[in-house]
Design a protein around this ligand. Structure first.
Ligand SMILES: *[C@@H]1O[C@H](CO)[C@@H](O)[C@H](O)[C@H]1NC(C)=O
Ligand SMILES: *[C@@H]1O[C@H](CO)[C@@H](O)[C@H](O)[C@H]1NC(C)=O
Ligand SMILES: *[C@@H]1O[C@H](CO)[C@@H](O)[C@H](O)[C@H]1NC(C)=O
Ligand SMILES: *[C@@H]1O[C@H](CO)[C@@H](O)[C@H](O)[C@H]1NC(C)=O
Ligand SMILES: *[C@@H]1O[C@H](CO)[C@@H](O)[C@H](O)[C@H]1NC(C)=O
Length: 476
């Protein structure tokens, strides 16, 4: 047969042959030809109608060789007598500055990197001062790196020295007036370097966050997939930092994401196939597809099978800064629910220091009272106290556990928010959620590493259990 005859022609030629020779066979052939597309159509219709939409948006698997490192600041003088030791946030920031070749974007609450800012004469401010010097160097034109800083609009008494130094050196700075936009603040703390590496965690751009306050964060190296997604959250702050901008009623598509709690990013972390996404608050700053930070927290708690360990500075089932007072119990209810319905072990490690809100303690006592081995109810609360010698006591707003993370038997959640209503309703924050459930790994997973951090702190001599007799006043 002529090889130039196209396939359809061939079929029709063949059919007319068959028709002539076997008219009934041709009818069968017709039926078959019609049946196949009809069946296909029915199957497709069912898929559209019956299957959840997540199966349609299939995210490509990220092919970067991402490496995640947990990083910590351990205040001077704390000694854990434990093999769980992570690289310092100071070193991580130096590494990131060293890596930067084209861009560095920093989202920040406030800047006090020097002794001058805090009116102190502390030798331990040297790390912060060094970071400021390095960032100043990087901000200069000669470095070839574009430095952009989004910062919460400073209050009247807040120092602006660092921001001015960086601006004069060449950094692009925008103040985000969350107070005006949402009655909150920009509380997010993250870095994006070359749209490739990221840092996210509890540490502020504050020298105390490196040597005098206990902090936890994560650095992810060589991970454009994650960095580009975090960049979208940065771009939203950057947009709002422009004069006269208000929050769009619907964020443009360039801010939206396809990575969220239902369709997380699939990526290798240290060679282990993992799922991750970034959550954001408040809801009005979430573009299409972005999981709200509160929804991330509630779903991680809901997903736990055996335990939920939480380490946060503040925990209060209320809108802390709202008048008149408002009760806000979304997280509190979820914790009691999983403890009761599924016998999940819940541990909260909360900070106790001079500036702790007294209202926090009755609610912590209430949570801790949900403990009865016979009924298999197991919620426990401890207070973490960072001791201070007379010299350290002089440092304002230091010597505290500022961690903001949660780890369950399945998932690691590393955030930037205090746990009270305000932080999820009107304050900007974000979190990284890493899910390595069912991962085959020879290295310890992020979840295992974070669990080790929690257990080290929980079992340490710096933690005291909360019970009905705890005298908070004398403890904190
Ligand atoms: C450190 O831990 C080891 C093993 O748990 C223990 O034997 C030792 O006494 C501890 N040292 C201090 C200073 O607490
Ligand atoms: C990132 O990738 C570069 C180039 O492949 C490599 O040299 C570097 O060691 C990687 N960094 C980390 C922390 O894995
Ligand atoms: C973690 O991943 C597993 C497997 O895909 C999924 O079933 C689970 O819901 C995820 N957990 C969370 C909290 O996202
Ligand atoms: C978290 O809560 C403390 C105490 O209310 C507050 O001073 C601080 O501004 C909040 N944000 C930070 C820095 O974590
Ligand atoms: C991933 O690799 C880095 C660099 O090799 C290492 O420091 C880190 O602990 C690893 N992280 C995990 C979760 O195994």
């Amino acid at each position: 047969m002529n090889s130039d005859v196209p396939y359809e022609k061939l079929v029709s030629l063949k059919m007319s042959e068959e028709e002539i020779q076997h008219p009934h066979g041709a009818q069968k052939y017709y039926k078959f030809v019609l049946l196949v597309p009809t069946l296909l159509l029915v199957v497709m219709l069912f898929q559209t109608l019956l299957l959840p939409p997540r199966l349609h948006t299939h995210n490509p698997v990220c092919s970067d060789s991402c490496r995640l490192v947990l990083v910590e600041s351990i205040p001077e003088g704390l000694d854990f007598n434990s093999s769980t030791i992570n690289p310092s946030i100071y070193q991580a920031w130096l590494n990131l500055i060293g890596e930067a070749q084209s861009s560095l974007d920093i989202s920040s609450f406030y800047w006090t990197l020097t002794n001058k800012d805090t009116h102190t004469h502390e030798p331990t401010a040297n790390q912060g001062e060094n970071i400021l010097a390095e960032l100043t160097r990087l901000s200069k034109k000669e470095s070839g790196v574009s430095v952009r800083i989004a910062v919460s609009t400073p209050g009247e008494s807040q120092p602006e020295e660092d921001i001015i130094i960086l601006k004069n050196a060449g950094a692009d700075v925008r103040k985000v007036n969350m107070r005006e936009l949402t009655t909150g603040v920009l509380h997010t703390k993250f870095w994006v370097v070359d749209k490739k590496h990221v840092y996210i965690g509890s540490a502020n751009m504050d020298w105390r966050s490196l040597t005098q306050v206990k902090e936890l964060g994560a650095v992810v190296y060589n991970c454009s997939c994650l960095a580009e997604d975090l960049e979208k959250i940065f771009e939203a702050y950057w947009y709002l930092g422009e004069a006269g901008k208000s929050i769009p009623s619907h964020w443009p598509a360039s801010f939206s994401t396809s990575y969220n709690k239902d369709t997380p990013m699939e990526l290798p972390l240290n060679g282990t196939s993992s799922r991750a996404y970034l959550s954001s608050s408040p809801p009005s700053l979430c573009a299409d597809g972005r999981t709200q930070d509160l929804q991330a927290i509630l779903s991680v708690i809901q997903d736990a099978h055996q335990f939920v360990y939480i380490a946060v500075m503040n925990y209060l089932p209320a809108m802390e800064f709202s008048y008149p007072k408002r009760y806000w119990s979304d997280i509190d209810t979820q914790l009691r629910r999983v403890a009761y319905e599924r016998r999940v072990r819940v541990r909260l490690l909360i900070s106790c220091w001079g500036s702790s809100q007294p209202a926090m303690f009755p609610f912590l006592r209430s949570l801790a009272s949900v403990h009865d081995p016979k009924s298999k109810l197991d919620i426990q609360v401890k207070l973490f106290i960072v001791p201070a010698n007379p010299r350290q006591k002089e440092i304002p707003y230091a010597r505290v556990n500022h961690n903001k993370y949660m780890v369950t038997d399945k998932v690691a959640y590393i955030g930037t928010s205090n746990w009270s209503g305000d932080y999820f309703v009107n304050t900007a924050g974000s979190a990284l959620v890493v899910n390595q459930t069912s991962a085959q790994s020879t290295e310890p997973t992020v979840q295992e590493q974070l669990q080790a951090v929690f257990e080290r702190d929980w079992d340490s001599s710096y933690s005291s259990p909360v019970n009905q007799h705890t005298d908070f006043k004398s403890l904190c």
